[in-house]
Design a protein around this ligand. Structure first.
Ligand code: ADP
Ligand code: ZN
Length: 741
C-alpha cells in the first residue's frame, strides 16, 4: 500500500492539477471529510470510490459531497485514482452518517464496514475469457469443433468454463488462440450468480401460514418502509413463510437480504433454500474466502445477485436495489457486535429499512422485549403463527427440582434424567444433553493451598480442556499445558477440576450408557463449517445416540429422531449482572427445547434446576410465555431499564490503572455537572468492570441512564470533547449495551 515512490509522485502532481474540489470520507477511524481535487481527466460522481493520499499513505475513501471550501490550489492534494467499482449510493451514505451519530463511532469506521477491505483488495484481479473470431481453422478436429460450438452463442468464456462443457485440454484452446480462431479478452474477475426461481417447489402452506405469508407479500409489494414481527413457535414454519416473501421480492425484480445468527447459517438452512429456489443464495459470513467476498460485494452493488444470506456484517453490503430485509431469530444476542464499531444488527437493519424505504421482517419464536414493545405501541406490524406445522406438537417441558435430588460426587445427571435417557435409547430415539460450558471443567483448584488457576492476562479462571490437555482463557485466548504441580504452593497431584463442562459430562454419560454412541457438539469440536456439517449429518442420520452440546446445537436444526432434551444446568445463565439474563436464559432454553419432537414423535424436555419457581422456569414449563414476559417487563419498567429507558455504557481501559480511573472520574464529573438540572439522566459509576482486567488492561465502566424518549448521544458527545487528552486510555462507547462484563 505504502510506497515512498508513489507518495513523491503524488506530491509533485498535486501542484499542477486542476479540477473539481470534493470532500472525501476516508475509510479509516476518523469523523471528518477531507478536501481533495479530482484531476480534470478523471470520471467521477458523488459516491465514487477513490484512492487518496492521507497522512503519508494511500487510503481508500468515498467522495461524499462537493466541497464548498475550495482550498487554494497548491494547498489541496489530488485524488490519486478513481476505483473501477460501483459508487456508494446516497441512501447508503446517509446510513453511514446516521449510524455514526447513533453509535458515536467515527463515520470512517462505518464506511470501512461498508467497503469491507478484503472485498476491495481483490478488485484488480482479472480473468482471461475467450471469444470466437471470424477466422476458421484450416484443420478441424473433434476437440476444436467442440470448443467452437461451446463459444458459438457469442458469450466469452474462461478456460475452465470451456473445459466444463467440452473436457478439452488447455493446449487445444491455446492452439486455437495461436492460429487466430479465438481471441482473448481480459476482464475483471466477476461472479455471475445464477437466478433464483421464484416458482420452484412452492410448499402447500397451512391456512395459518398462508395468512402470514400473504401479509408479508403485501408489504413487499407495497415497497415502502414497515417493520413486521413474524412470530411463531419453533417449528411453526416461519422459514417457509418468509421464503414466500423472498419469492415475492424476486418477482418484483428486487434484491433481498436475510440475516441469520452466524451459527444458524448451516448447510441445513442453505439446502432448504436451494430446494425452494433452485440455486444457492450468495452467502456472507466470517468463513468465506477473500475471493468470494470480493465478487459477492461487487455483484451485490451491481444488482447481479438477488438474495444474500449472511451474518450481521452482511447488513453493510452495498445493494443496488434492496427491497426487503429479513432478520431471523431477531432476539439472538449474536446480533450485537461487541468489538470495533459496537452496534446491534437488528436495530441497524430497521434503520436501513427506514433510510432506504423498504420493509423489514423480524422473525422469532421468542421475540425480544424491545420488539414486543414496538408491536404493542403499534410501531411494528404483527404476524403470528400459533402452532407447529402438521402433526408435530410442542415438546412437554418439566423441571427436575435438584434440591430434592442427591447426586453422587462428580456426577451431574439426576436419576429421573438418567432414566429418561435410558428409555429414549430403548425406543431407538436420540437424546441431547445441553450444557452451555465448553471444555472439561470451568475451574481448577489446588486441594492443598486453595489456589484457583487464573488467566495471567484477565481477571478470570482458566477452563480445563482435557481433550487438548490445556487450560484456556475463553476471554483472551491464552492457553497453557495442564501441569501436575500447583504454581502457588508447589505441591504435586493436588490440582482438582471443579464443576462440569461438556467433556466431563461425556465421561459420566459413557459410564452410564457404555453402548451408546456419543457426539460432543461445541465450538471446539465444530471447528470449521465442513466438520460441523459432518457432525450434523451424523446426528441427522442417527449414527449418534446421545448428543452433548453447548448453545451451538440450540439453533434452527431439525433432527427428526431427537425426542429427549436434558438441560443439565438450567440456572446457569441466570447468574451475573446482565439485565437481560432472565430473558436470554428463557430464549436459549426455549430454543434448545424447540429441537425436540420436530416430527411425528413427541418430544420431552427436562430442566435440572435449583429454582423451579423462578419465573423463567415457570414460563417454560407452562409453555406460557406471557406470564414470564409480564413479570420481566414490569421489573424493567419499574427501574427504567430497556426497553423502558435508555442506557449507554462507557468502558475505559488501559495498562495504567490510575490513569484509567482518573479519566473515568473526569468524564463522570463533567457529565454530572452538566446534568445537574436534568433529573431524567443519571450517571452511574465509575466502577471496575466485572471483567476488571482483560488482556492485561484494567477496565472501568460508567453507565448513563435516561428515559425512553431521551437521546443520550448528543450530550455524551459534548462531554467527550471536554475531557481532552486521554493518552493511554481507550474509551469504548456501547449504546444500548447487552454485555455488562
Ligand atoms: P420455524 O422456522 O418456525 O422453526 P420451519 O420453517 O423450520 O419452522 O418448519 C419446521 C418444519 O416443518 C420444517 O422441517 C419444514 O420443512 C416443515 N414445514 C413447515 N411448513 C411446511 C409446509 N407448509 N409444508 C411442508 N413442510 C412444512
Ligand atoms: Zn485471559
Amino acid at each position: 500500500m505504502e510506497s515512498s515512490d508513489a507518495t513523491t509522485q503524488i506530491l509533485s502532481k498535486q501542484i499542477m492539477v486542476d479540477g473539481a474540489h470534493v470532500a472525501v470520507l476516508p475509510a479509516v477511524p476518523i469523523n471528518h471529510l477531507y478536501e481533495y481535487i479530482v484531476p480534470r481527466d478523471f470520471n467521477f460522481e458523488i459516491g465514487s470510490l477513490v484512492r487518496i493520499p492521507l497522512r503519508n499513505r494511500i487510503t481508500t475513501g468515498v467522495i461524499w459531497e462537493n466541497s464548498n471550501k475550495k482550498l487554494p490550489i497548491g494547498k489541496v492534494k489530488a485524488v490519486e485514482s478513481i476505483l473501477k467499482l460501483p459508487s456508494i449510493k446516497e441512501d447508503l451514505r446517509d446510513l453511514v452518517d446516521w449510524v455514526a451519530s447513533y453509535t458515536l463511532a467515527e463515520r470512517g469506521s462505518i464506511l470501512r464496514m461498508i467497503l469491507n477491505s478484503s472485498a476491495l483488495s481483490n478488485t484488480n484481479k482479472t480473468q482471461k475469457f475467450y471469444n470466437l473470431t471470424t477466422t476458421k481453422p484450416q484443420k478441424m478436429t473433434k476437440a476444436r469443433e467442440q470448443v467452437i460450438r461451446a463459444l458459438s452463442n457469442g458469450i466469452p468464456k474462461t478456460f475452465s468454463e470451456i473445459h466444463d462443457i467440452t473436457k478439452v485440454s488447455s493446449s487445444v484452446v491455446k492452439g486455437l488462440e495461436k492460429i487466430g480462431c479465438l481471441e482473448a479478452v481480459i476482464r475483471p474477475e466477476s461472479m455471475q450468480f445464477r437466478t433464483h426461481n421464484a416458482y420452484l417447489k412452492k410448499q402447500n402452506l397451512s391456512v395459518l401460514q398462508s395468512k402470514a405469508a400473504k401479509q408479508l407479500i403485501k408489504l413487499v409489494e407495497q415497497d415502502s418502509f414497515s417493520v413486521t414481527l413474524l412470530e411463531g413457535v419453533t417449528g411453526s414454519g416461519k422459514t417457509e413463510v418468509y421464503f414466500e416473501a423472498l419469492s415475492a421480492s424476486i418477482l418484483a425484480g428486487k434484491q433481498a437480504l436475510v440475516l441469520l445468527p452466524e451459527i444458524a447459517l448451516s448447510t441445513q438452512w442453505l439446502s432448504r433454500f436451494e430446494d425452494r429456489f433452485g440455486v444457492e443464495p450468495a452467502v456472507w459470513h466470517s468463513e468465506i474466502t477473500p475471493k468470494y467476498r470480493g465478487t459477492t460485494w461487487q455483484a451485490t452493488a451491481e444488482g447481479n445477485v438477488s438474495i444474500v444470506v449472511g451474518a450481521r456484517s452482511a447488513l453493510w453490503l452495498p445493494f443496488k436495489n434492496l427491497g426487503l430485509i429479513i432478520v431471523d431469530e431477531e432476539h439472538d444476542p449474536g446480533y450485537k457486535q461487541e468489538e470495533g464499531v459496537i452496534y446491534h444488527a437488528r436495530d441497524m437493519a430497521v434503520a436501513r429499512g427506514k433510510m432506504e424505504n423498504l420493509p423489514v421482517v423480524l422473525a422469532s419464536a421468542t421475540p425480544s422485549l424491545e420488539t414486543l414493545k414496538n408491536v404493542e405501541n403499534k410501531r411494528y406490524n404483527h404476524c403470528f403463527i400459533p402452532s407447529r406445522f402438521g402433526a408435530a406438537k410442542l415438546p412437554k417441558i418439566e423441571a427436575i427440582d435438584m434440591r430434592k435430588q442427591s447426586l453422587k460426587k462428580n456426577c451431574w445427571l439426576s436419576e429421573p434424567l438418567q432414566l429418561a435417557v435410558k428409555n429414549t435409547l430403548d425406543r431407538k430415539h436420540q437424546a441431547a444433553l445441553f450444557l452451555n460450558r465448553r471444555g472439561y471443567a470451568p475451574l481448577t483448584l489446588c486441594k492443598a493451598c486453595g489456589y484457583c488457576i487464573e488467566c495471567p492476562n484477565c481477571s478470570t479462571w482458566l477452563v480445563e480442556h482435557r481433550v487438548k490437555n490445556t487450560l484456556n482463557c475463553h476471554h483472551c485466548g491464552y492457553s497453557e499445558t495442564r501441569q501436575n504441580q500447583c504454581k502457588n504452593c508447589g505441591e504435586t497431584g493436588t490440582l482438582k477440576p471443579c464443576g462440569p463442562g461438556v467433556e466431563r459430562l461425556a465421561e459420566e454419560v459413557e459410564t452410564l450408557y457404555p453402548s451408546a454412541s456419543i457426539e460432543i457438539a461445541t465450538s471446539d469440536t465444530m471447528v470449521s463449517p465442513k466438520i460441523a456439517e459432518k457432525i450434523l449429518k451424523r446426528i441427522e442420520s442417527c449414527e449418534v445416540d446421545i448428543v452433548i452440546g453447548t448453545q451451538v446445537i440450540a439453533k434452527g436444526y431439525n433432527f427428526p429422531m431427537l425426542t429427549l432434551i436434558g438441560v443439565v444446568d438450567a440456572d446457569l445463565g441466570l447468574a451475573g449482572a446482565d439485565l437481560r439474563a432472565a430473558e436470554h436464559t428463557y430464549h436459549l432454553l426455549n430454543q434448545v427445547s424447540g429441537r425436540a419432537g420436530r416430527s411425528e414423535h413427541e418430544g420431552n424436555v427436562m430442566l435440572q434446576t435449583y429454582m423451579p419457581e423462578h419465573p423463567v422456569m415457570k414460563g417454560l414449563i407452562d409453555g406460557k410465555r406471557s406470564a414470564f414476559l409480564k413479570e420481566e417487563a414490569a421489573a424493567r419498567a419499574k427501574n427504567f431499564l430497556p426497553p423502558y429507558g435508555r442506557l449507554i455504557a462507557i468502558i475505559f481501559s488501559g495498562e495504567d490503572e490510575q490513569k484509567v480511573i482518573k479519566t473515568a472520574k473526569l468524564l463522570t464529573s463533567i457529565a454530572r455537572s452538566n446534568t445537574k438540572n436534568i433529573p431524567d439522566i443519571s450517571i452511574l459509576g465509575p466502577a471496575p468492570a466485572s471483567l476488571s482486567i482483560l488482556r492485561g488492561k484494567y477496565r472501568y465502566r460508567i453507565l448513563i441512564k435516561g428515559k425512553d424518549s431521551q437521546r443520550l448521544q448528543p450530550p455524551l458527545k459534548t462531554w467527550l470533547k471536554k475531557i481532552g487528552n486521554t493518552e493511554g486510555v481507550r474509551i469504548q462507547i456501547d449504546v444500548d449495551p447487552h454485555s455488562f462484563l
